[in-house]
Design a protein around this ligand. Structure first.
Ligand code: EQ3
Length: 321
């Protein structure tokens, strides 16, 4: 029987526990725009007491420089208005430009705005702002999350801001080459995962940990797919390679253990749990995740889903719940 992405998405679904991340983002989405901006400020500055993101390199900041310079020259009221338009996903020139930024450039843009807010160059919170009880509810929900889940909430809210440019097709200006994140330690070259010997899986982790995306892509079938957390599958070599170059640079993947099952047609399904670190927070934040692989009878990756785990207990939870 031919493999299908729809059926691959369901492998090991009976071992999955719903993540609290979408529920927290749903609470955030219900807030007014000013409350959303204030929530992000409090969540970010509160988190900064224990974990702080690394400053983005000059090359990445350069990509956001045009917008940042425009904002610096505005009055405090205009600056607040721009931030409201970004949070509102309004159709304005700035919100459109932001919408074309890659995920990491969006994060770098807000990182820099946060710094400018601390220096008093950019308006921090709208003047006269009164915190609504809703903000407190979302902050309380956020406090219950682990650090990896908290940075995922922050990341996803920032990524969703700006005008949705997906329907517009690619930007008329040439897409900027994605600057690389510097790796702090040399990549581990021989990956060991308890319970797993599948060459495609070991090769995938090894290649990803060295940012060798072409080597990772070569392990996929031409119609293979990668499904990032809370997203739809990305299908085909070209689309996966673009995604990896933009979003998977500098990640440190530490798979710990897994299970593997051979299916009647000779394909295999594997579930592996472990920890991933992002270059934004380095070794200070580990995200508990699972990879669910479907490998075809020829040993190629047909599908891999990356799931954020609901709790550290789930790292051990490889059998049906
Ligand atoms: C200025 C301030 C504070 C206030 C203002 O009102 C509003 C905003 C937005 C503000 C600024 C907020 C800022 C600066 C937030 C910054 C947040 C950051 C840097 C978050 C970074 C998070 C990174 C994460 C969660 C990365 C996760 C990556 C994962 C799970 C990767 C998984 C993958 C694996 C394992 C694969 O095998 C394939 C690829 C894939 C990427 C899917």
């Amino acid at each position: 029987m031919a493999l299908s992405i729809e059926s691959a998405q369901n492998i090991f679904s009976n071992t999955q526990v719903p993540s609290p991340i979408p529920a927290t983002i749903a609470l955030f989405d219900q807030l007014s725009v000013d409350d959303q901006l204030a929530y992000l400020w409090y969540a970010y500055t509160e988190m900064g007491k224990t974990i702080t993101p690394a400053a983005p390199g000059a090359a990445r900041l350069q990509l956001a420089e045009g917008l940042l310079n425009q904002i610096k020259q505005m009055s405090k009221e205009e600056q607040t208005q721009v931030m409201r338009e970004l949070a509102n996903r309004a159709d304005t020139p700035i919100s459109r430009s932001y919408g074309f930024f890659s995920v990491n450039t969006k994060l770098a843009f807000w990182y820099e705005l946060g710094e400018l807010m601390k220096q008093g160059i950019v308006a921090p919170i709208p003047s006269g702002y009164q915190m609504s009880p809703g903000v407190q509810v979302v902050l309380e929900a956020t406090k219950k999350l682990d650090a990896g889940q908290q940075i995922t909430v922050l990341r996803n809210t920032v990524v969703d801001m700006g005008f949705d440019t997906s329907a517009l097709g690619p930007s008329s200006s040439k897409p900027a080459a994605e600057p690389a994140f510097k790796r702090s330690a040399p990549p581990v070259t021989s990956v060991k995962i308890e319970g797993i010997t599948e060459p495609a899986v070991l090769g995938y982790i090894e290649a990803m940990n060295a940012d060798k995306f072409d080597a990772a892509i070569a392990l996929f079938t031409p119609d293979g797919a990668l499904q990032p957390p809370f997203q739809k599958p990305i299908v085909g070599h070209e689309a996966i390679a673009k995604y990896m170059r933009e979003e998977a640079q500098g990640l440190n993947m530490m798979p710990k253990q897994g299970i593997s099952e051979v299916l009647p047609d000779g394909s295999k399904q594997l579930k592996i749990t472990g920890v991933v670190q992002t270059p934004w927070f380095g070794v200070t934040v580990g995200m508990n995740i699972a990879w669910r692989f479907l490998i075809n009878p020829q040993g190629k990756i047909f599908f891999v889903a990356i799931d954020m785990l609901a709790s550290p207990q789930e790292l051990m939870n490889l059998r049906p719940v």
